[in-house]
Design a protein around this ligand. Structure first.
Ligand code: ZN
Ligand code: ZN
Length: 424
């Protein structure tokens, strides 16, 4: 079974080149022939887990030490996949000394997701639907057209990787199934519970947590760093995957040792790598994206979101440049003040016009909204053009206008005079 990863991904790489094969077509090609042995093993593990947790070692009567063993077995595999398989060997997000690589290779083997050298699962499987992205791909022999493009010399040169690949099956079976059984058997006499929970259930939960990164993390969550890919940041998935759920940042900056760059992002894998780097010689170097690049990415997303927001506002509701407003004479403005009009909410009301900085503004709707505005209205409703100064200061008017989109667009006209205050 192969591990999910985005070893060759970058935001740019996910853009379909014009006139070239689309993602969808490329993905469809990746659905090779049925992989019966893989599929049968996958289904058998689920059937046995159901049987084991119902009859052999029921969840309702599980020994707390067995439950703890299950949790530790799951988390060790989780960190092995996340820190080792993914961030170290897939992305070279940090360098690791031999002892650490040995430990990570052993932990990763426990995940039952193939050896470190196994072909990676195509990161763009999300375009084939949730089921395919999650585990549908397991039932098909993979076809990876871009596999030959991926640099693998470093993997071949790593003796830890070569050894783990050569002896993968016995290592995985021992660390993933036999060892939890032995620990529970020798420790507290619960060999069956150790096998069912520490072994089979530990493997299943690790699988599905990892698979969720390909499926749910491309389906629901936030996109603060890039909207050019389907990857999203999802706290729940981050909690389940030792930080991998911060998937949007990872697709934006796949080489970074962090998946959640903010200190508050739940990313224990990042913390582990950083602590090993800072306080030991096991992690000589880490790859970290400059803060300025992260800020630029966030700014791009904000600008795109703002553009979409502006585009969603009706043209009638948008503030209009003063130069584009029709020009009224004072006589026309006086004539229109006090006319009966229909508000946007359908009520009939009299038009209440104010002249502000050379613009005629209908404050009829505002005048009902707040006491401040009402008091203004009472002073101005009779004839605002008789006042030598506006009764509201400009900031007050501006605040009121901004709180009423319907009147925001209302400088309906500008006055012929350039006089900044009320016309006399
Ligand atoms: Zn990746
Ligand atoms: Zn992804």
């Amino acid at each position: 079974m192969s591990v999910s990863s985005e070893a060759s991904s970058s935001p740019m790489a996910e853009q379909p080149a014009p006139g070239v094969t689309t993602f969808k077509a490329r993905e469809k090609r990746n659905q090779g022939k049925m992989w019966w042995s893989n599929g049968i093993f996958f289904i058998s593990m689920h059937i046995f887990a159901l049987f084991g947790t119902t009859y052999l070692s029921p969840a309702t009567s599980i020994d707390w030490r067995t439950a703890l063993l299950f949790f530790i077995s799951w988390q060790l595999a989780n960190f092995g996949i996340t820190v080792g398989y993914h961030r170290l060997w897939s992305h070279r997000a940090f360098t690791a000394a031999t002892p650490l690589r040995i430990v990570l290779a052993a932990m990763g083997s426990t995940g039952f997701q193939g050896s470190i050298k196994c072909p990676i699962h195509d990161p763009y499987a999300a375009t084939n639907g949730l089921w395919w992205a999650h585990c549908g791909w397991i039932f098909h022999k993979p076809i990876y057209p871009r596999m030959k493009l991926i640099e693998r010399a470093d993997l071949e040169a790593d003796p830890v990787v070569r050894f783990q690949h050569k002896h993968y099956i016995p290592i995985a079976l021992f660390s993933g199934l036999v060892l939890p059984t032995l620990i529970a058997s020798w420790g507290w006499g619960d060999a069956v519970g150790g096998f069912v929970w520490g072994g089979v259930m530990g493997r299943l939960v690790t699988w599905h947590c990892t698979f969720c990164i390909n499926s749910l993390a491309h389906w629901t969550g936030l996109q603060p760093y890039t909207e050019e890919v389907t990857a999203r940041g999802n706290l729940l998935l981050a909690l389940l995957t030792a930080g991998e759920g911060n998937h949007n940042f990872h697709h934006a900056f796949p080489k970074d040792f962090r998946n959640g760059p903010h200190p508050a992002d739940w990313d224990p894998s990042k913390w582990a790598i950083y602590l090993l780097h800072k306080y030991t010689s096991l992690v000589p170097s880490i790859a970290r994206t400059p803060d300025s690049a992260v800020l630029q990415a966030q700014a791009r997303v904000h600008v795109a979101q703002a553009d979409r927001l502006v585009a969603s506002v009706s043209v009638d509701d948008m503030p209009k440049p003063v130069e584009n407003l029709p020009v009224w004479s004072r006589a026309e403005a006086r004539k229109r003040h006090g006319e009966w009009v229909v508000s946007k909410n359908g009520e009939r009301r009299r038009r209440v016009l104010l002249v502000l900085e050379g613009c005629v503004v209908d404050v009829g709707d505002i005048s009902k909204a707040t006491p401040v505005e009402s008091s203004c209205s009472s002073q101005t409703a009779s004839n605002p053009f008789q006042h030598s100064r506006p009764c509201l200061s400009t900031p007050q008017i501006s605040r009121a206008a901004h709180s009423h989109p319907s009147t925001r667009a209302t400088p309906p006209a500008r006055l012929l005079t350039k006089q900044p205050t009320l016309a006399r």
